[in-house]
Design a protein around this ligand. Sequence first.
Ligand code: ARG
Length: 400
Amino acid sequence: MSDIKKIALAYSGGLDTSVAIKWLGDKYHAKIVTVTVNLGQGEDFKKIGDKALMVGAENHYTIDCREEFAKSYIFPSIRANGLYEGKYPISTSLGRPLIARKLVEVAHKEGCDAVAHGCTGKGNDQLRIEISAKALDPDLKMLAPTRNWGMSRDQEVEYAKKYNIPVSKAAKKYSIDQNLWGRSIESGPLENPWNSPEDDGWEWTKSPEAAPDKPTVLEIAFKDGVPVALDGKKMPPIELINMVNKVAGENGVGRIDHMEDRIVGIKSRETYECPAAVTIIEAHRDLEKLILNRHELTFKKLVDDQWTFMVYAGLWEDPLREDLDAFINKTSGRIEGRVKVKLYKGSMMVVGRESPYSVYDFKTATYDSSSTFDQTLSNGFVPLWGLPTVVSRKVMSKKQ
Ligand code: ARG
């Protein structure tokens, strides 16, 4: 007999986690409590909960965390310009630590001695859920059934049929994960990096060809480094993100096709559609360039990249992530103003920005006669700035 009596399982309603209810229950002779976290993935949560109970869960929790996800996970990521390897807005990555947190909360409430998830052994999600849960409660046991049961897809379907676990008829072409911040589409025909993404993979974005022939100009207002209004209308976080997803998606903006390095070492081809993330991060980055000086921008890029890497790599709960946030929050205090973005047939371009904290000075920058910049200062500056380069070249020319 194992010492595990009750398990809190992160439950998506899909085949893996449904099979896991039965498999874990049998293996450990344990009770299973399922937890589904609403991060804005737009599913039928009633149906998911009913399915969990039908398959054998003793209790089920559906927890609406959209607000917390937007404010405490997506917003910090906007401040950090969170794009992994310069491209992926870490949408799936950001959701996992919050799922882990809720899983631990339910485990405590229900008196569970273990938590379980349905992540495979090949991806990043296992790191994000397990490390976060373990960091929050080191006494809880971590179970990863899909990583260890050794069943192939076909065997899993067999197992499901044997125990009356519903299996959807249509074979799934892609592996999909979605939340408020984006949609990840991988596997199937995408596993060949040369294959162009097929139309049936996209749901949130129009193809650039089918997008309207007239551009849309959207004005995004920021305060404390996060978006607060669209076209002058104040909006709460969820509504604002949904609206940008809609408007940018209609204009074909937000499709990403990316060769990615997973933490387990696998190089993989991933596609995403993240219309709001792509648009808001680009607008935010542009506004920062108006407000922060060159030293701040150079250093913040290092901090942003490290922050994004930590989150991608499952280290949300690491103190370094919070230390980096302290720096980011300090610079973000000045990130206030408006950005105009033009969305047109798959492209997004910032076409205007303004801020009360702008360090752009017209009188210094202008080429017209009102300029106050004393150009004669450069008579001294140019030779001094070039001194190391000129001296090195002189010395090198002697060495033949
Ligand atoms: N590669 C992305 C990440 O690691 C997306 C993972 C998508 N997960 C999934 N279960 N389909 O964040």
